[in-house]
Write a protein that binds this ligand. Structure first.
Ligand code: CDP
Ligand code: MG
Length: 768
């Protein structure tokens, strides 16, 4: 942050051509969504009055928000949606953010009693969305969370055998495929936020399409089998063939829809125990906030498309007249100007991540005391993926009287979470995206420009309840230069974890998998190679026992490997602790004006061996003071971050125990083992010191520098390992520790040490 940015919205923004009245859908600066439906609430099909079956049938606590539900745009489209769902195996539903897709459509299905053969799953790309939506829907349905309505996200499961409607992350549904390969427990799967095209959504698309086809075929086969059996029974009894010979109109008893055989369910006698085993078709509903429905529909065998009318007020769009050198500073100045000069309404600021959000939160909090006496108060609400649930609630609650909410959010607030009361949006024009370099084989998290489509979504957030204002902290030329849509993650990321999940889900040939957008063959081969190098795959490309173990663990394959090796190296406690701490963006806080004090405080924890052991020292010190928050403030430690890490730690320890691994095995003071253990998963993220003081990566031969935030910044060590590669002005590595160069070839079973003798560090291959 610098103070140099002279940012005056009055001068710096130009009122865009789209500023007067509702922007046309095609307007480059508009919100991108039509303000009225093509025809009626649904473009396809006329809505009929909704007849809800006894809404209180399942309510065990008072239902809430009934009136609000009925006011949502989607409510009028209820019957048309239900009709389309009943008539089609796959349906694509497009509707503006906030129209009620995620909270209402599953309830429509539930209330209409359509999910008779199994449950309803609604996938979300982000855990915050899954948990907060489940909480909201449980309130609406009138059930305690975890009963009829629940959620499952990584490290947190609020569902039970009685859960009929479950919100879960894409990743968790993929994990469920491991234990239930045809997802028999679900009748409906709603793939939400499909437009985001995250890696996991894309993999799920392919998997679900195949599951749907398999289940459909099973239904047909079982019906044919059932019919043949009936023919032979009748023949034995000496009567003629059954009335209908086409196998589609047979009475199958209680599971059949409307008394006749449904085209989506069939019953048969299973060979095993003689009990009837029921198979039913899987219904897939794809929900998206943008108008790119045709691609989804084409992929899902020409699924039916429904467009739900949104309710969108005009939004005036302003672009910065000059490029902003520091968008965080620009957002800070602009938000205060809006607060002191503009009418009521909450402000939503889009930032890239937790670290940035917390910096701005601190700046605004410090500034609160300096507000003019006659100005309203401000309430600052952060919103990011790792936010604890209690904090999440704050963004949904109305601000106290005479107070303006300023919400600092990642792109979570773009489409997955609808925030009430927003009138002003500050769009920084950037987000954090996972990038993957197929040549170097390293994955990194980059701050990147958003797409035009994202910019329009952000703009739209200002106009849900009244005329809104969107300030883009970049020039109109910059806007015009943005990509139309963001590139699907599958085309950008490291595929190792995805390929591991695909393999574990039974997909043998990942090169021929039905991807909606096929990743480059090189990247797929690289992923296979990495998994092979980690010994997760064998020479034939099949999953090894270790690979199966790794897929069970909700961790990146590299970390899963490290954790696995910690058993042989007797340092599981330390590895779990460090991995948990690495899950947090920034453990130390360094306020702009107190950088020296913060550095001094951090020095107390520094290990000469680098960041991993420094983190461990920090955790030990925190545990010694029993998690005292004051201690965190005094030592410039990110209290919220460390609490989150402890939550992850608890869950990782539980998973370890579940898979029969003792999380209490510790190496005591022999901490070299911890770093040796890390090398077993990160030998491909190591670098050797060069005479000029830089480091050259062992794989890819890239010159890298140690990031200034690392404890090893400016130090010269024989070799280093790193967790993250960051491109800023130079190629930096973060999460760095010093290692011995000879550990590197020793740590890799299949990659770097071909032909070398097995050492004591070679990973143990025994898996119980
Ligand atoms: O999925 P879509 O963007 O179409 O809308 P939704 O998430 O189903 O939201 C419908 C309505 O529920 C919006 O007006 C939200 O503000 C409200 N909602 C809420 O108040 N609290 C939540 N935790 C979730 C939704
Ligand atoms: Mg939604």
């Amino acid at each position: 942050m610098t103070n140099s940015t002279k940012f005056t919205p009055k001068k710096a923004f130009v009122n865009s051509p789209a500023s007067n009245g509702p922007p046309p859908a095609s307007s480059p600066n508009g919100t991108g969504l039509p303000s009225t439906a093509p025809a009626g609430p649904l473009a396809n099909g006329k809505p009929t009055p909704a007849t809800l079956p006894d809404p209180d049938k399942y309510a065990t606590v008072p239902r809430q928000h009934e009136a609000e539900r009925k006011r949502l745009p989607i409510y009028g489209a209820r019957q048309a949606i239900l009709d389309a769902i009943q008539r089609n195996a796959s349906v694509v539903i497009v509707g503006e953010t906030g129209s009620g897709k995620t909270t209402q459509i599953p309830q429509f299905i539930l209330e209409a009693g359509l999910a008779k053969y199994g449950g309803i799953a609604v996938t979300q790309p982000r855990r915050v969305a899954a948990t907060s939506l489940a909480r909201r829907v449980a309130e609406e349905v009138g059930t305690p969370l975890g009963k009829r309505v629940g959620y499952t996200v990584r490290f947190d499961d609020k569902s039970s055998p009685s859960t009929k409607l479950k919100y879960l992350t894409d990743g968790m549904l993929m994990r469920e495929i491991l234990s239930d390969p045809l997802l028999h427990r679900y009748n409906y799967i709603l793939l939400d936020e499909a437009h985001e095209r995250t890696l996991r959504t894309d993999i799920l698309f392919g998997m679900l399409k195949e599951i749907q086809q398999t289940r459909r075929q099973m239904c047909k086969d079982r019906k044919a089998q059932w019919y043949r059996q009936r023919v032979s029974d009748e023949a034995r009894r000496g009567s003629g063939p059954p009335a209908e010979a086409n196998g589609t109109d047979l009475d199958l008893g209680e599971h059949a829809v409307g008394g006749a055989v449904s085209t989506d369910a069939a019953e048969t006698i299973s060979a095993g125990n003689g009990q009837p085993r029921f198979v039913h078709e899987l219904k897939i509903i794809i929900m998206s906030a943008t108008l790119d429905a045709e691609r989804f529909a084409a992929y899902f065998d020409h699924a039916k498309i429904l467009y739900v009318a949104g309710r969108q007020f005009p939004v005036r769009v302003y672009n910065s007249l000059e490029p902003q050198t520091d968008y965080l500073d620009a957002a800070f100045v602009a938000s205060l100007q809006i607060h002191t000069e503009q009418g009521p309404g909450d402000i939503l600021i889009f930032l890239t991540g937790q670290e940035e959000i917390e910096t701005l939160e601190k700046l605004l909090t410090d500034h609160r005391a300096l507000l003019p006496r006659d100005a309203a108060d401000i309430l600052i609400c952060p919103l990011f993926a790792a936010l604890p649930p209690a904090q999440q609630a704050k963004v949904f609650n109305p601000a106290p009287p005479n107070t303006r909410k300023i919400i600092l959010a990642t792109n979570i607030a773009e489409t997955s979470i609808t925030l009430p009361g927003i009138r002003y949006v500050l769009d920084t024009g950037v987000h954090k995206a996972r990038g993957y370099n197929s040549k170097v084989g390293i994955e990194s998290l980059l701050v990147e420009p958003i797409s035009k489509s994202s910019a329009r979504q952000r703009t739209g957030r200002a106009g849900r309840e009244a005329l809104g204002f969107c300030y883009r902290l970049y020039t109109e030329d910059s806007f015009m230069a943005l990509e139309e849509d963001s590139v699907p993650e599958i085309l950008r990321c490291n595929l190792a974890a995805a390929v591991l999940q695909l393999k574990a889900a039974g997909v043998r040939d990942v090169l021929r998998f039905d991807y909606m957008d096929r990743p480059p063959k090189l990247a797929l081969l690289r992923a296979l190679e990495q998994l092979y190098s980690l010994a997760a795959l064998d020479d034939t490309g099949a999953l090894t026992k270790l690979g199966t173990w790794m897929a069970e663990f909700p961790l990146d394959p590299c970390y899963a490997k490290v954790l696995y090796e910690s058993r042989a190296l007797q340092c599981t406690t330390e590895i779990i602790d460090i991995i948990s701490l690495l899950s947090v963006d920034n453990l130390f806080v360094a306020p702009f004006h107190k950088r020296e004090e913060a550095n001094e405080a951090r020095n107390k924890f520094i290990s000469p061996d680098g960041d991993h052991l420094t983190y461990l020292n920090l955790l030990r010190a925190y545990q010694a003071v029993k998690g005292d928050i004051r201690w965190c403030h005094e030592n410039y430690v990110n209290a919220r971050g460390i609490q989150h890490a402890l939550e992850v730690r608890k869950q990782l320890r539980q998973v370890c125990t579940r898979v029969g691994m003792d999380p209490n095995v510790s190496c005591g003071v022999d901490l070299d083992r911890v770093l040796q253990c890390f090398v077993t998963g990160f030998f491909h993220q190591t670098a050797l010191l060069q005479p000029d003081g830089t480091y050259k990566s062992v794989i890819g031969s890239q010159f890298v520098r140690i990031h200034p935030a690392s404890t090893l910044f400016n130090s010269r060590r024989e070799a280093i390992l790193f967790n993250e590669l960051v491109f800023t002005t130079k190629l930096y590595v973060r999460g760095v520790s010093a290692i011995q160069a000879n550990w590197i070839p020793e740590a890799s079973p299949n990659y770097l040490k071909r032909g070398q003798p097995k050492s004591k560090l070679a990973p143990s291959s025994s898996i119980e």
